[in-house]
Design a protein around this ligand. Structure first.
Ligand code: AMP
Length: 114
């Protein structure tokens, strides 16, 4: 989609630090990390947010969760633990309207989620 930051990153028009890629997903380091490990997993097709999940093919949704696992594995946090966060909409402070999953870890995370 035109004028979508993450679509531009996926297309390589805007640089990113790639962590993982497969047919349906792309993962790269967050530019403003909120934890020692902070990677964003995005579907290659444009989906505005998790609030559109009912319109998204099951294989794309499954690929996103599986990519989060692959990232956790390659980042060495699969055993220590990690958090997957997907902000959807204004109250969640979603700032990029292309569905994405924050994979956070590499340190003890806050018990508070909100
Ligand atoms: P959210 O606030 O949940 O929509 O998350 C958007 C995330 O994208 C934020 O954590 C930003 O730091 C991150 N971000 C914005 N621009 C870039 C970029 N060019 N490269 C990597 N991460 C970015």
């Amino acid at each position: 989609m035109e004028n979508c930051l993450f679509c531009s990153i996926i297309e390589g028009k805007i640089p990113s630090t790639k962590v993982y890629e497969d047919e349906k997903t792309y993962a790269f380091r967050d530019i403003h990390p909120m934890a020692k490990t902070h990677v964003l997993v995005v579907p290659k097709c444009h989906i505005p947010s998790a609030a559109s999940a009912s319109e998204v093919p099951d294989d794309v949704l499954a690929a996103c969760l599986r990519a989060c696992q692959k990232v956790a594995q390659s980042e060495g946090i699969i055993e220590s633990g990690y958090r997957i966060v997907s902000n959807a909409g204004p109250d969640a402070c979603q700032s990029v309207p292309h569905m994405h999953f924050h994979v956070l870890g590499g340190q003890k995370l806050s018990e508070s989620m909100a």
